[in-house]
Write a protein of this length. Sequence first.
Length: 345
Amino acid sequence: MTHPAAAVPETRPARRRRPSIVWSALALLLMLPVAGLSIFRAVPAEWPLPVVQLLSFTPWMVLPTVLALLLAVLGRRAWVMGTSTVLLAAQLFWLFPFDAGKAEPLSAGTPTAAVKVMSLNSEYGGADAATIVGLVRDNGVQLLVMQEFTQGLEDRLRSEGLETLLPQHLNKPNDDASGGAVYSVFPLETEGQLPDTPFTMDVTRVLAADPAAGSKATLHLTNVHTLPPVDVRIAQWRSDLGKIARQAARPGNQLLMGDYNSTYDHSEFRAVLDSGPDGRKLVDAGTAAGARFSPTWPMEGPPLPGIVIDHMVTTPRISSSNYSVRQVPGSDHAAIMATLSIPAG
């Protein structure tokens, strides 16, 4: 005779399995779009426009990947946990890249000049002049570059006393976003401009001096403003970055600073960093400072995940410190600031 309890099927394990399937399924759903974008990030190709724009948001992919790993752990399926772990490792590598350029140590006794620099895209000259002058004054900025510089902004900056703080300037105001300006405490000399770019990208020789250290240094400054990668302009965007790379390969202390309209996750921007003199990597000061989560755009308009499209790129013998991002009312870009240590010569 069969015991009555033997006729009752055991259902508890099935009930335990059902939630684990749900957690694993949710983890996979989160991982799918991240995995798709990761393929595009891993392969350095000339991707079409939608992919290029999506790649800008790669740093934020670490958040759904962390959530996917937590769900995978709840689901207790080894292959789902393993997949999410590998995907998270990729996101962390891209967020804090080990292969990014780093400043080269100088030999003992090499004289250097410390220069405090700042860059800002003023959004058609709409940036608040008082805030700009306040940032320059409060932070001891010695070299300022601006993009989308207009005559109206120049007039307002003069009224706020910028030329008292930075008396040397080479300005090309324009109302169509192509204008640019360089303000400095150091003597400036025009070197030319990058050829065939819709936005003017001037190259200026800065004769920097550091009285405290008793040293002088020559800096070749490029005021960067590429065309944004939208619609048919993506080809010109790539062309602009290629011209910046050729300038970066020139000898001497190079500082290529401004609005690149590209992030570290674009292979086109990383190609610029790979174009340093003698095959050495250039240094992106923001990436070197671990500031991949310090967006520079957009600072106004609809709430979007911010991205870093404004950069300070230097030759490897220049080191940087005190990198920071500061919001300026009236502009959709933030200002970026740092102190550069430039070898004399």
